[in-house]
Design a protein around this ligand. Structure first.
Ligand SMILES: *[C@@H]1O[C@H](CO)[C@@H](O)[C@H](O)[C@H]1NC(C)=O
Ligand SMILES: *[C@@H]1O[C@H](CO)[C@@H](O)[C@H](O)[C@H]1NC(C)=O
Ligand SMILES: *[C@@H]1O[C@H](CO)[C@@H](O)[C@H](O)[C@H]1NC(C)=O
Ligand SMILES: *[C@@H]1O[C@H](CO)[C@@H](O)[C@H](O)[C@H]1NC(C)=O
Ligand SMILES: *[C@@H]1O[C@H](CO)[C@@H](O)[C@H](O)[C@H]1NC(C)=O
Ligand SMILES: *[C@@H]1O[C@H](CO)[C@@H](O)[C@H](O)[C@H]1NC(C)=O
Ligand SMILES: *[C@@H]1O[C@H](CO)[C@@H](O)[C@H](O)[C@H]1NC(C)=O
Ligand SMILES: *[C@@H]1O[C@H](CO)[C@@H](O)[C@H](O)[C@H]1NC(C)=O
Ligand SMILES: *[C@@H]1O[C@H](CO)[C@@H](O)[C@H](O)[C@H]1NC(C)=O
Ligand SMILES: *[C@@H]1O[C@H](CO)[C@@H](O)[C@H](O)[C@H]1NC(C)=O
Ligand SMILES: *[C@@H]1O[C@H](CO)[C@@H](O)[C@H](O)[C@H]1NC(C)=O
Length: 487
């Protein structure tokens, strides 16, 4: 861990009072900026595309969505998470403002969280009047994706398939009757159409917020270098972000996209589990997964009892309940709507969120013995970029070949944008010791506490979540160089 003495304010969004600007001598004058710098082009030998880099990971495609027929309602652009169509919990009525989509841990889409949730009611990400933004560092997660390989929903679909082949077959009734005709339509690992939208939208938002910093590149006569990992969804994530930021087709010529190999044995700060030997060891890197499974065994036992009467030929388990909740999330973000969602009550969705809260807190948050070590690589790179100082040693997850080369690891950019995974964003927050999200202490394992915890997975590690580090020059402050961390 490192101590950042300049840490000003942590976390989150929302409004501040608009500040006034005095009329200056050139008020009303016409002005424009120039980007890209003339004569620049992407060096394709240094930044080869995905086909050259390889290591795309699993790329299993699924069924084409047909929400016009399968959804319960037409997408409403006045609602959050458009064009996804959510559902009310089984026991809830339309008057409640409870959103099931916000209870899905790392499978929720990102959304703005009021900073007062973290006890920072007057925090604002807007640059204060007396400061000027000089640099921005973005660490962002890919948008919505299909399930990763070997996840619970595939086991559930295999179980149903198995049951159809038995003598008795299976028979679902009542709210579960849709299962009689249900098939598993999801692929694996790839970004979904909604996922593409999330990263594109983030790119558009970033251009609008920070586009002015491109003038710095024009002054240097250089193109920005943005990074991502080699997995298919990571490459597409960075491309969609760049398409939103630079435009289509401009993004092909206006940014050097560095694709870093993600595979076991490779050093990649965006995929540290490929370097850290303890990452996937059950007693170290994934104790949260076991703890979450333990929690779900208790929390969802009543759900099994509630749903089992509607199913013959299949004996439900608490793992099946988690599978069906995950199918609610995955089908919604991939196909636009899921019939699984309306099976579950408000309390069950809250337990589903808590299942993820436990998993992430103990896998990649303060409850993990390896999280800070995994976050160290990106942290070192951030400090290096911030201080304009090359790394002195390569003893974490950093790659000396890439990071010692000013072309592949420039130290003088005004905008950095690195795509990564949610676990890495959280590892980084843990390494940074960003205490606001952890302030209520270790999450109880025995059951979901009545008292609201400060660590909520859907607020920290959702699809397209992003850590933004602003560097500002503030003439009236001491020191004049100030940093802020926004989540
Ligand atoms: C609707 O939900 C609200 C808030 O949960 C509750 O107070 C009310 O009793 C519910 N109404 C019906 C008809 O279920
Ligand atoms: C944030 O929460 C505070 C306290 O609950 C409330 O006063 C404020 O209006 C909220 N801001 C927004 C933008 O919702
Ligand atoms: C399925 O169960 C329902 C309710 O018990 C019953 O009416 C129906 O005949 C069953 N269908 C089959 C194909 O067994
Ligand atoms: C470091 O990056 C280079 C360039 O991508 C790659 O060839 C090399 O295998 C990487 N080394 C490690 C240890 O990951
Ligand atoms: C999960 O439950 C098992 C069986 O009760 C127990 O041995 C194990 O310690 C628990 N693991 C965690 C991480 O809570
Ligand atoms: C379900 O459980 C019951 C009671 O343990 C058992 O008799 C039955 O064979 C099981 N059915 C299946 C499909 O596993
Ligand atoms: C790793 O490198 C840093 C300097 O970058 C140094 O402070 C630290 O002691 C090194 N750790 C090990 C285990 O070599
Ligand atoms: C990769 O990381 C290991 C462990 O920190 C380090 O010993 C090795 O030098 C690194 N390799 C490169 C190419 O940076
Ligand atoms: C920034 O770094 C690049 C790569 O080393 C170099 O070409 C460029 O001149 C530098 N720009 C400034 C302003 O230092
Ligand atoms: C561009 O931005 C970087 C990072 O803030 C800074 O070090 C550099 O001086 C700037 N270059 C110019 C020409 O303004
Ligand atoms: C992390 O932050 C908390 C709260 O600010 C502080 O008490 C603690 O000492 C910090 N931990 C480390 C390792 O710096």
């Amino acid at each position: 861990m490192i101590n950042l003495a300049l840490l000003l304010a942590v976390l989150t969004v929302v409004s501040a009072s608009p500040f006034e600007k005095r009329a200056s001598a050139n008020a009303g004058a016409t002005s424009s900026d120039v980007f890209p710098p003339t004569g620049t082009k992407v060096n394709s030998a240094l930044f080869p595309g995905e086909t050259v880099i390889g290591y795309p990971g699993v790329t299993a495609t699924g069924v084409e969505p047909l929400a016009i027929q399968t959804a319960a309602a037409y997408p409403n652009s006045n609602e959050a998470f458009f064009p996804l169509v959510g559902a009310a919990p089984a026991d809830n009525n339309a008057s409640s403002d409870f959103s099931i989509i916000k209870q899905w841990g790392n499978l929720s889409p990102w959304c703005t969280v009021n900073s007062s949730f973290y006890g920072l009611p007057s925090a604002s990400p807007l640059v204060p009047d007396q400061c000027e933004i000089t640099q921005v560092h973005l660490l962002y997660r890919h948008g919505a994706r299909y399930p990763t390989t070997g996840s619970l929903p595939t086991a559930f679909s295999a179980k149903l398939q198995q049951a159809t082949k038995s003598m008795q077959g299976f028979n679902a009734t009542g709210d579960l009757s849709f299962l009689n005709g249900w098939t598993y339509k999801l692929g694996a690992e790839l970004l979904t159409p909604f996922g593409r939208l999330q990263n594109f939208e983030l790119g558009v938002e970033f251009r609008q917020l920070y586009g002015h910093l491109l003038n710095n590149f024009t002054e240097q006569g250089a193109l920005p270098v943005f990074r991502t990992e080699s997995q298919d969804r990571m490459v597409k994530t960075a491309q969609n972000f760049a398409a939103g930021f630079f435009g289509v087709p401009e993004f092909l010529d206006e940014v050097s996209l560095e694709i870093v190999v993600e595979a076991t044995g490779f050093n990649n700060t965006g995929a540290p589990y490929g370097t850290c030997k303890n990452s996937n060891v059950a007693s170290r890197g994934s104790i949260g997964s076991t703890a979450a499974t333990n929690f779900s065994a208790t929390a969802f036992a009543p759900t099994v009892s509630r749903l089992q009467p509607y199913l013959t030929g299949v004996n439900l388990t608490t793992a099946d309940v988690v599978s069906m909740l995950q199918l609610c999330s995955y089908e919604t973000v991939a196909l636009g709507y899921s019939q699984f969602c309306k099976l579950f009550t408000l309390e069950e969705f809250k337990d589903y969120e808590y299942y993820y809260d436990i998993a992430f807190y103990y896998n990649n948050g303060f409850g993990s013995p390896v999280a800070a070590a995994q976050g160290k690589g990106y942290l070192e790179e951030f400090v290096s970029r911030f201080e304009h100082q090359a790394l002195a040693e390569y003893n974490s997850t950093t790659n000396s070949t890439l990071d010692s080369n000013a072309a592949t690891f420039p130290l003088n950019q005004s905008i950095y944008a690195d795509a990564t995974h949610e676990v890495v964003v959280l590892d980084t927050l843990t390494a940074l010791n960003l205490s606001a999200i952890f302030s209520s202490g270790p999450l109880p394992l025995t059951g979901r506490p009545q008292q609201q915890q400060s660590f909520v997975a859907s607020q920290v590690v959702p699809f397209a979540t992003h850590l933004v580090i602003q560097v500002m020059e503030c003439s009236q402050m001491s020191p004049t160089k100030q940093i802020r961390f926004l989540l």
